[in-house]
Design a binder for this molecule. Sequence first.
Ligand SMILES: Nc1ncnc2c1ncn2[C@@H]1O[C@H](COP(=O)(O)OP(=O)(O)OP(=O)(O)O)[C@@H](O)[C@H]1O
Ligand SMILES: O=P(O)(O)OC[C@H]1O[C@H](OP(=O)(O)OP(=O)(O)O)[C@H](O)[C@@H]1O
Ligand SMILES: [Mg+2]
Length: 292
Amino acid sequence: MTEPRLRIAVQKSGRLAERSLELITGAGLRAIRGANELLYRIENHPIDLLRVRDDDIPTFVDDNVAELGIVGYNVLKEHFPDKDLEEIIVMRLGFGKCTLKLAVPIGFDYQGPQSVAGKRIATSYPNILKAWLSDNGITADIVEMRGGVEVAPRMHIADAICDLVSTGTTLEVNNLKPVELVLKSEAVLIKAPHAPQPDLAHIYDMVVRRFDGVTKSTGAKYVMMNAPRDHLDEIINLIPGSGSPTIMNLVDPSMVAIHAVCDESVFWETLDRLKAAGASAILVLPIEKMMP
Ligand SMILES: Nc1ncnc2c1ncn2[C@@H]1O[C@H](COP(=O)(O)OP(=O)(O)OP(=O)(O)O)[C@@H](O)[C@H]1O
Ligand SMILES: O=P(O)(O)OC[C@H]1O[C@H](OP(=O)(O)OP(=O)(O)O)[C@H](O)[C@@H]1O
Ligand SMILES: [Mg+2]
């Protein structure tokens, strides 16, 4: 009998494909091409990657075709506008960050949501837009488009658009300005409604645990410094996002050593402030792996 394999649905190509694979590789799973481009095998664990279009990932996972999936929150919300997504989302992954925004042509006199009442709005996210319009107590015509939404006003297909924005360049080159934030998004790990079969439970738990470790260690730093004992509280407060630092005695009784894991970026400005508060010998080290 063939050994059961855990299936993870990931985007085949596009904005999330590379980062999804990096997460998988970072978790120590070695992916190799399988029978075809749609299936990659993890050679060191009983896991397969189903490489599909991102639009198919919520359905695949909901139908238990894959036990786990990596998809943008925007796509998940559009597929399941009425579901409690917290029941499906295992964790937020910190990449693929973007926003869904309402945008209008530069010359449009936008005074608030009422300004688009009765207008035509082009989008690939009709369900999310419908909910936003309803929350704002307005009705408008939704023009559904698969892609190229940003050209709709120029082609007189729509008066406004609701589309994904990251740097804002696409809006800018199309003479559009963002006017409302409709949804914030990032890649999320989602799970199937059924628990994995018992033979796969330990692999499933391992994948989730390792993804959590990779996600938490991304951008995290290990910070070490010496500090005057009488400035300890002030200095600890300056260390960004550290839980409970370790404090160690030094030979000089007026000084201590502080070691802390920071789950946020440590900027030069922070180091300047630490120095000004009396800290010395400050070291900031990258963290390769972390098991929370
Ligand atoms: N400009 C962006 N910056 C960051 N993340 C983005 C950006 N655009 C899209 N994303 C995120 O990446 C996801 C995939 O975007 P992409 O453009 O690759 O989708 P697609 O063209 O629908 O791909 P597919 O061929 O898989 O259907 C989006 O649903 C969103 O979560
Ligand atoms: O604010 P920006 O940084 O310009 O990014 C926004 C653009 O990125 C996405 O498209 P993508 O480039 O992935 O191409 P697509 O339209 O073919 O999906 C999105 O649909 C926007 O068009
Ligand atoms: Mg898609």
